[in-house]
Design a protein around this ligand. Sequence first.
Ligand SMILES: [Zn+2]
Length: 506
Amino acid sequence: MTLAQVWGVAPAGIAAVLVKVEVDVSQGLPSVGVVGLAQTSVTESRWRVRSAIINSGLVWPNSRVTIGLWPADLPKTGTSLDLPIAIGILQATQQVRLTESDVTFVGELGLDGGVRPVPGALAAAIAAARAGFTRVVVCPGNARAVMAIPGVRPIVIGSLAQLVGVLSGSAQEELQPEPESIQASDAEAPDFADVRGHEFARLGIEVAAAGGHHMALLGPPGVGKTMLAQRLPSILPPLTEEMALDVTAIHALAGALDTDHGLLAKPPFVAPHHSISVAAMLGAVRGGRLIPGAVTLAHGGVLFLDEAPEFARPCLEGLRQPLEQGHLSLMRVERGLTAPARFQLIIAANPCPCGLATDRAESCRCTPMAKRRYAERLSGPLLDRIDIRSAVTKPTASQFRMEDAEPSAVIADRVLGARDRAQHRYCQHYWQLNAQAPGRLLRSEFAPSEHGMDLLVEAERRGLNPRGSDRVLRLAWTLADLSGVNLPGREQVSVALALRNQEPGN
Ligand SMILES: [Zn+2]
């Protein structure tokens, strides 16, 4: 008979990829085979499809059926290919005719011929849109996921029989869900308006948001470090559409979103507990599928490590690659997988094991040895990359009585303005944020004013090392951008030095 060709989508690594389903129905003993690295859930598909076709009043071919899945080297899992496989068989046996080529099919088949929702429909719709498809056939349970993605429209059907009817023009598709309900429902981040005192830490977080700087909050337990970090997302710019697609796909595949959730618009905030396993922190591969870790869930947003020195050493060491490259390689026997992991790192730590070293040095009973060991846990992979070290102290009684703290919306405006200025300045270069500016250029093309440089040289004479010095210059630029100054001067360099001052353990 004939060869049919239909498009479906399968999960792959952290995203989803288009899969070409080819069905060949030929003379021979009745049999059905699947070629193209199908995992168990996909090879079982043939039996679900067979029952679904028969129970929909359609004909299962009494001959040799070969199902090919391409790209052949990609392991295929899940049940989302049931629907394209069924349509391929019906097309190869002339029971349906596909007249248009820009349609993909996503759905699991029940034995009765009903179409069921699949996890990761959002990722599937994103993959379809990126590959230039304009329509995705799904069941009602997955329709909103497709509607959330610009450029694709769902064709909504409840059963295989209904789909065959729609394709032949003899049946109507289901009504599309109400568009009102496709709004992404990211939880509101808490607001800076509720924070009393903490002037300097607030400034540090604003600078971190504007320049993309990694930050450490250092202070005794219960002083408000977590409360401050949680408010960072409320002043970060919304995700770009491209980034929103990536972030949404990651969270959908991780099973962190409902199947009908819309596009995530805000940067994620991921705050793992210090008891987290290495696999949960960095990600793992199970059954050929990538399970994203905290670093990947934080992609495009914030990774917050509270009590950072308490995390297992491999968890902290494992942050090195994502911090340097923005992604993480997970090597497995069959193939290496790469997970995106470009996040802004915020860590909180006590200044010493007992936590009292900064406030009242006399009440801290930690030995110098214990303090040094504690600080060493953060050194190397982390402290090297952190631009801002902010000491957080308890607000005074009078600060607690203050009425009007600046709300997040006002700070977010300044942050956006500062980012615009930086982006404009760096438009001829490959980076957009001050935190990413190469140190070499901060002393030539993007050097501060002469007075600013004098102050920096003075600090270098007092022991500021060259890398620390680069970080001061980056911070000075962000401070200049926030206040609309064209060139960082003495004032910006002086505040930048203050933003780097504290180190744990001293
Ligand atoms: Zn102590």
